[in-house]
Design a protein around this ligand. Structure first.
Ligand code: ADP
Length: 476
């Protein structure tokens, strides 16, 4: 069975968040299953990966998008170094940029990406068994495959959509419809939601099955989905929650080249301490105190707006009895407020930016990882932290609720209910108490490291889902 994963991100080529981690790992693990040939198609980016690896041009053609004629090239990485075939779609002016997101004309960018993929597959008579679309950037593919005469060669190919983040839907004005390949006009309703073209809504309507990245998140979408609650309820019959895994080859504290001191479950306590001492020294923190960390986008979704007050209150209330380190970027108000505290408090360290190596060091060094998310479809940070023996403190939502259980119920982390500073401070106080009970702390480090979040089980679930589409079974 041939599966094409279509995505704007893929680790290590281009990463903004969890989507990249999933698309960089899932196909690799699917390819370990007999009879599966999973590949990835993504936009071409001006990133070091493309210069450090050799590519073949496997297709060179043109698409007519509205009044524009665009050159489309498909480049294939020569050696399948990532454990799957990697194809990159290059369109001068649109798909040859530094980063995946943040451009004014992103609707054009993603329409051209989707059009380019289908044009290439049709022109070359490549008919995959499954087109697996990830998030709204590829959300119009299920519609186009069925309803654009230009792609009639692909009609009937099974399409799956995975919602990694339902907060972003890519809605655009109907004026943009002239940039979509010619389609059967009377089918316009399959792209429409609330008088706009909504790629995520269209994906849900038109795909053969769709998944969310945890079961908990799927249930939450019924009540909170930025206006698509009714749609997801109507289409529930083809919805599945499949929890993400983590790439345990990349995220292995024993071999991770980004760590100063590698460790395993037998020497974790001692080596984590050494990692912590090194990190604290670099950031002027005090290694004898508990170290709390946050890694992520400064967005309200992540509860990042609660961080400045939490930093201020926790340091004041503990009389400087703890350290906090934050790595991330995003909302400028949050960035500025945190910078102010960075100057004020010696117990607080801030690193603004996206730094893969530093995230690994922090997962390995911290005692506790904070995730006060308002919305967390799956969340990978808590799984990485657990694998690296760091105790997660999470708001009880989405995938966090599926993966982190409170110590009061026999779990290995701390849960809180409200996305508010009071709940965060209360949880930090609980954590401080644990930190000073040496045996409990060590038991928790070991227990967290023993969790199995590897991709095998979930990769198999996706494959079962694909198979069932051909036999019309519904359960996975
Ligand atoms: P998101 O909603 O951002 O995709 P996930 O929890 O699914 O959240 O995935 C976040 C991924 O991005 C993790 O691998 C995390 O370590 C990484 N990450 C987030 N922010 C940063 C940063 N500033 N520097 C390095 N890695 C980061």
């Amino acid at each position: 069975m041939t599966i094409y994963h279509l995505s704007t991100e893929c680790y290590p080529v281009a990463k903004v968040g969890g989507l990249a981690d999933v698309v960089g790992a899932l196909p690799k693990y699917q390819n370990k299953i007999k009879g599966i040939n999973a590949k990835v198609v993504m936009p071409w980016y001006n990133k070091s990966f493309v210069y450090d690896h050799e590519f073949n041009t496997v297709f060179d053609g043109f698409i007519h998008q509205g009044e524009n004629v665009l050159q489309v090239q498909i480049l294939k990485e020569k050696t399948d170094v990532l454990g799957f075939e990697l194809f990159m779609v290059k369109i001068p002016g649109l798909l040859d940029r530094d980063n995946p997101y943040g451009y004014q004309d992103e609707s054009f960018q993603f329409l051209a990406f989707q059009y380019g993929i289908l044009h290439w597959l049709s022109a070359m008579h490549i008919r995959p068994d499954i087109l697996h679309c990830h998030d709204y950037h590829t959300g119009l593919i299920p519609f186009m495959v069925e309803n654009c005469p230009e792609f009639k060669f692909l009609k009937g190919v099974k399409t799956i959509g995975t919602i990694h983040n339902g907060e972003y839907q890519g809605a655009m004005d109907w004026d943009m419809s002239k940039y979509i390949p010619d389609f059967d006009g009377y089918k316009w309703g399959l792209m429409d939601w609330n008088k706009t073209i909504n790629p995520l809504a269209s994906m849900i309507k038109c795909c053969h099955a769709f998944t969310t990245v945890s079961e908990g998140y799927l249930k939450e979408l019924f009540i909170s989905f930025r206006g698509l609650e009714g749609l997801v309820r109507d289409e529930f019959g083809k919805a599945y929650g499949i929890i993400n895994g983590i790439d345990t080859e990349v995220w292995n504290p024993e071999t991770d080249p980004m760590l100063d001191f590698n460790f395993n479950i037998n020497n974790a306590v001692e080596k984590k301490k050494k990692n912590k001492e090194k990190l604290c020294k670099e950031y002027g923190l005090r290694p004898e105190l508990p170290l709390f960390a946050f890694i992520g986008r400064f967005a309200t979704e992540k509860g990042a707006d609660l961080l400045p007050d939490s930093v201020w209150r926790s340091i004041k209330q503990s009389y400087g009895g703890l350290n906090i380190i934050i790595l991330g970027s995003g909302n400028t108000y949050i960035e500025n407020k945190l910078k102010e505290y960075d100057y004020t408090y010696t117990n607080f360290a801030l690193d603004i930016g996206y730094k893969e190596y530093l995230s690994h060091k922090i997962y390995a060094s911290a005692d506790f990882l904070l995730m006060p998310s308002r919305v967390e479809p799956c969340g990978l940070n808590q799984m990485y932290s657990m694998r690296y023996g760091t105790i997660p403190i999470v708001r009880y939502t989405g995938g966090l609720r599926d993966t982190v259980h409170d110590i009061s119920t026999g779990g290995t982390g701390l849960n809180f209910t409200h996305a508010g500073v009071d709940d965060i401070i209360h949880s930090m106080n609980r954590a401080m108490k644990i930190y000073h009970e040496k045996n409990t702390m060590e038991d928790l480090i070991h227990a967290n490291m023993q969790f199995d979040f590897s991709w095998e089980k979930s990769a198999q679930k996706y494959v079962t889902l694909y198979n069932n589409l051909f036999t019309s079974k519904v359960s996975i």
